[in-house]
Design a protein. Sequence first.
Lengths: 294, 398
Amino acid sequence: MMSEDEKKELLASGHRMCAGCGEGTAMRTILNEAGPNSIATVATGCLEVTTTAFPQTAWEIPLIHAAFENAASVAAGIESALKQMDKKGETNILSFAGDGGTFDIGFQALSGMFERKHNVTHICLDNEAYMNTGIQRCSSTPYGASTTTSPKGKYSIGEDRPKKPIARIASAHDIPYAATACIGYINDLKKKVNKALEADGPAFLHVFAPCPTGWRHGSSDTIELAKLAVETGVFVLWEAEDGNICDLNVTYKPKERKPVEEYLKKQRRFAHLTEEHIEKIQKEVDEKCEEYGF
Amino acid sequence: MGEQKGLTIQGNMATALGAKLSRPDVIPAYPITPSTLFPEKISEYIADGELDASMIRVESEHSAMSACIGASAVGARTCTASASQGIALMHEMLFIAAGMRLPIVMAVGNRAMSAPINIWADHQDTMASRDSGWMQFYAEKNQEGLDLMILAFRIAEDERVLLPAMVGIDGFVLTHTVEGVQAPAQEDVDEFLPPYDPPHGKLDPEEPMTFGSLGTPEYYQELKYDQTKAMDNTPEIIDEIFDEFEEKFGRNYNRITPYRCEDADIILLTMGSMTGTARAAVDEMREEGEKVGLAKLTVFRPFPSDLLKEIAGDVHGLAVVDRNISPGFGGAVFAECAGAFINEKKSPLMKNFIVGLGGREIFKKNFREMYEKTKKAVETGKVEKPVEWINMDEDVMR
């Protein structure tokens, strides 16, 4: 076995992600856990744009980028072909997309891949808006966030709808493994990557990854914010096997939940929120956490 | 050489049989009229153990082409079938398949585009994919549908080509019409079409590479030039492979096939199933002493400008018959033909006839009318209306 030092990084340095990009931390962790015997598809988005500009590539595993809405169906084609040609073996098939490529435009392809039970792990890197095109709202954008298409204003609170519960919806396809994870909790993320890859069939990982550019927070605050999202209960870490979302396993429960204000105040996308707004968000988070049992 | 087997089958069964004989590894497909029998037939072959392949019953045509791209990128021989709205839904993926130089083959049951929704034959669907970078072949009859599938794989996978190809058979007129075909023996197809092994790499953990990079303005134009050059190089390769096919299977294919064109004054140019009716009309008119010929277009992309100029360079009139319409211009084939003669000192007078949209019947008398109209233009030296719609129902128009 190679020591940690000798282990080759599978996302090469020198990519063009923004300083403090949460996706970089997520990708480095996920690829190194998956190891070199992996093939990946990636949807159009920040990850693709920052890692594949010809003639360079940051990917040390085979990668294919086709379009925005179909990372999961390209992966399904790869998986079926390798199985048909008896070449699948232990090769991991990973399908990467942002929140836009998962929650919105990529949802149909993803649902089809789950339903057909391809042995593919789809990983959603969620930074809660269309960051690659310039911070437009997505169904992943949380209530109250100001984006370029849900701007705060005299008559607008910013995004006026709650975040779509994508991991629950994914799990409801009765797939063997679905989990949420966050770059503030690397060991939890690593465990979940391994469980997803070991699953006999499709798996889904919803990885929460702050975006300094879109959330307008300091680039050195990424990890702190990722932790705060979990410590406040805004983002809950859980996993569910075989679509059993009624009996899901919360993998991390903060001993004492911090007020959501601590999380919101660090991001300028929420800077316009009044105390009333924050109270409303706190109430919703409290209710959600009660549902999750903490 | 094995004996060919006589069968009486529908067009979709012919293209499915052509696919089966080509031994595809992966067939992602989504049903759409009039090409649905293709995935049904492939499913049956697999269910009965006649074909060892993986059929992916995808949730849309977009995912069908996406899965084709994934499968082809790991080195699988891959095909699908579609039509009309289905081809429109996978439109963006057609460009991506071609840009990645993946030799995917698609059987098309040519059908009109909505609205109004219409499931019958015309070429609007594939004409709308003209610039996607796919080669386009069109069959006159079911035998051609079968043969062109095998040919499409062989041409697409040629190391000098590596481009995807679609084979069009007209909706219902061919897809659902029973005709006699000769099916080549499997061992002969195996010899003609060796297993696919991507010559320039594939998605393989042993040798990682990135497909579908971001191409910035510093590189994009050169990459597109390379891709276009590959298409520009294909005519000779297609001719060579058509010849090899004829030698092996005894059936002759050309990018354009002339019929009674030697001493013709006027040539009708057709594509797809209407060609049979046009041939009968030409025979009739020949009996009556008219100097008319017929040119059948089998390969639309790459467009055979060279052959068209050889065949029609010396005639007085060329009547281009289009089963599609580009509103604001005319027929798509007409545009190509006109383009072929640009900068030539000598060019026939050209007329364009729009026929058979959305399954409208095309009769011998329609071809006679097109001939007469073209003859009049030649005699007067004037083309008053370059584009005319034929077989219109005045009652419906009122």
